[in-house]
Design a binder for this molecule. Structure first.
Ligand code: THU
Length: 139
């Protein structure tokens, strides 16, 4: 799957966002190394803190099915009232979840407004000096 198609999957996933509180709808499409795509949307909650971001929904779907290796994630987001989007960067918690499962030098984070307008970053670019599983290894 190319990045344009991954963006299309993220845009489709955004339509499922459950956002009665923020009315800010996010969609994500996570490409696993096995070629499968796991989509996610943000899911909010009346108690606020149980809310889950689109990116983590996608990761947790994949990991819960035993898939642990990933190449890229496309993310789109913006106010529910419009499909005319601005770039939506992942929150710090979601970057940390990416750090748990992805190689920061090779994992791609695709941020954009449409299938025609996006930029590709590495995880390391958006999370410099990230702390991950390797930091807990004894030498
Ligand atoms: N949100 C995401 O799902 N992903 C992001 O990258 C940024 C923020 C959600 C959390 C909350 O449901 C809403 O967007 C407003 O912060």
């Amino acid at each position: 799957m190319d990045y344009k198609d991954l963006m299309a999957e993220a845009l489709k996933a955004r339509k499922m966002a459950y956002t009665p509180y923020s009315h800010f709808n996010v969609g994500a499409a996570l490409l696993a190394k096995n070629g499968k795509v796991y989509t996610g949307c943000n899911i909010e909650n009346a108690a606020y803190t149980p809310s889950n971001c689109a990116e983590r929904t996608a990761f947790f779907k994949a990991v819960s099915e035993g898939v642990l290796e990933f190449d890229a994630i496309a993310i789109v987001g913006g106010p529910a009232a419009t499909d005319d989007l601005n770039v939506c960067a992942p929150c710090g918690v979601c970057r940390q979840v990416m750090m748990e499962f992805c190689d920061p030098k090779t994992f791609k984070v695709i941020l954009g407004k449409s299938t025609e307008d996006y930029k590709v970053y590495t995880l390391e670019e958006i999370l410099p000096l990230g702390f991950g599983p390797k930091d807990l290894e004894e030498d």
